[in-house]
Design a protein around this ligand. Structure first.
Ligand code: EPU
Length: 339
């Protein structure tokens, strides 16, 4: 393990916010985590993966563990399936590229999602009709309090829309060190139910897409709508899409007939936060060094020198306006780190 006492976090958070860590530790394996916990035992330790879902409001004095555990390994194989074990510090999209180059199916809809493998189960990353839980077999995780290692199987993770046990009951309690995925070798399940994906494939005359076609199309759609964090600081969707009751939705449609929606159960409706934010006049709006993306209202961006506090304050303006106009309280998807 390598420890540094003044480290800039600017290149370690995809918002590109400048701030410093006074206790920064680079972790290369599970033993280093266990040794750190034995010596420090600080339940407030911050775990940093790719930094693509974190907003640092201030300089950080709590210890940070930057997880750099690497490795992609096949651990079991049948005729149809392959189980792969992946270090938490691998870059998510490198894993997707690796799986495509081996013709393993399951990750193609999740192409180009920023971040690392270890963060993926925490918020059950999802895009274009697929969620991590669909390919997740199990993960290894170490308790921040006790240093004990535990294996979580899929059904023990309580996966739901952008959430899991690691965001709820065990929030900030475990460090994920490794994830096992179950991928298909043949007869891949091709999922292009998501409307924009279907349309893009159709426009390119691809009638029976393979996993590479899906990945290419997802990359095209994502790149069109979402800014590249390497060029413009952002954390993808800043808020979750709110899930509201059927009756409240009916009330909303009285005023706005064109409100897009996805029915997710008998009496629950998910509506796009982007639409609510756009209707509040925030799409493409610039507010000092921050603002929203002109092609997607749910993406808050750093125009260059925004501080974490500026971005946070702007997000609260959005939240307040949406609450006032629609009586819907948006919930942050991004983790806000105070100090
Ligand atoms: N919309 C607007 N204004 C906008 C953008 C979108 O009104 O500026 C409306 C449109 O009606 C559109 C709908 O919102 O049809 C949904 O937009 P989009 O297809 O872009 O999806 P999203 O619900 O905003 C979610 C995920 C994204 C993921 C996409 C595609 C959440 C919070 N976000 O976005 O994930 O890429 O679906 O599957 O669930 C992320 O988590 O960081 C992320 C980018």
């Amino acid at each position: 393990m390598k420890t540094k006492y003044k480290t800039s976090l600017k290149n370690l958070n995809s918002f590109g916010v400048e701030c410093f860590s006074s206790n920064f530790n680079i972790i290369n394996n599970e033993k280093e985590i266990i040794d750190f916990i034995t010596l420090n035992n600080n339940p407030e330790t911050i775990i940093l993966g790719g930094g693509s879902n974190m907003l640092f409001k201030n300089n950080i004095d709590k210890p940070i563990l930057k997880i750099e555990i690497k490795g992609i390994e096949i651990i079991n194989e049948t005729k149809e399936k392959v189980l792969i074990s992946v270090g938490a510090g691998e870059v998510w999209n490198d894993l997707v590229s690796w799986s495509l180059s081996n013709n393993y199916g399951g990750l193609e809809n999740l192409s180009l999602i920023p971040g690392n493998v270890g963060s993926a189960p925490i918020q059950n990353i999802g895009a274009y009709g697929v969620e991590l839980k669909d390919v997740f077999e199990s993960c290894r995780a170490i308790s921040i309090e006790t240093g004990l290692l535990r294996i979580f199987k899929n059904n023990e993770c309580n996966f739901s829309y952008r959430s899991s046990i690691f965001k709820e009951e065990f929030k900030n309690k475990y460090i994920i060190t490794n994830v096992v995925f179950s991928l298909s070798k043949f007869n891949h399940v091709i999922n292009y139910t998501y409307e924009p994906l279907k349309n893009d494939l159709k426009n390119n005359n691809i009638l029976s897409p393979n996993i590479n076609d899906i990945s290419k199309s997802v990359i095209t759609i994502r790149s069109r709508k979402l800014p590249n964090p390497k060029e413009t600081g952002n954390c993808g969707s800043f808020f979750k899409n709110p899930i509201i009751k059927d009756l409240d939705f009916k009330e909303l449609t009285k005023k706005d007939k064109d409100i897009p929606f996805f029915k997710i159960s008998k009496n629950k409706i998910k509506i796009p936060a982007a639409w609510l934010i756009e209707k509040c006049g925030f799409k493409g709006l610039k507010d000092g060094n921050t603002g929203t993306h002109d092609k997607h209202a749910l993406i808050i961006i750093n125009h260059g020198n925004a501080t974490g506090c500026e971005i946070f304050n702007f997000s609260q303006k959005i939240k307040n306006k949406v609450l006032k106009k629609f009586n819907i309280l948006l919930e942050e998807e991004v983790n806000i780190i105070d100090k």
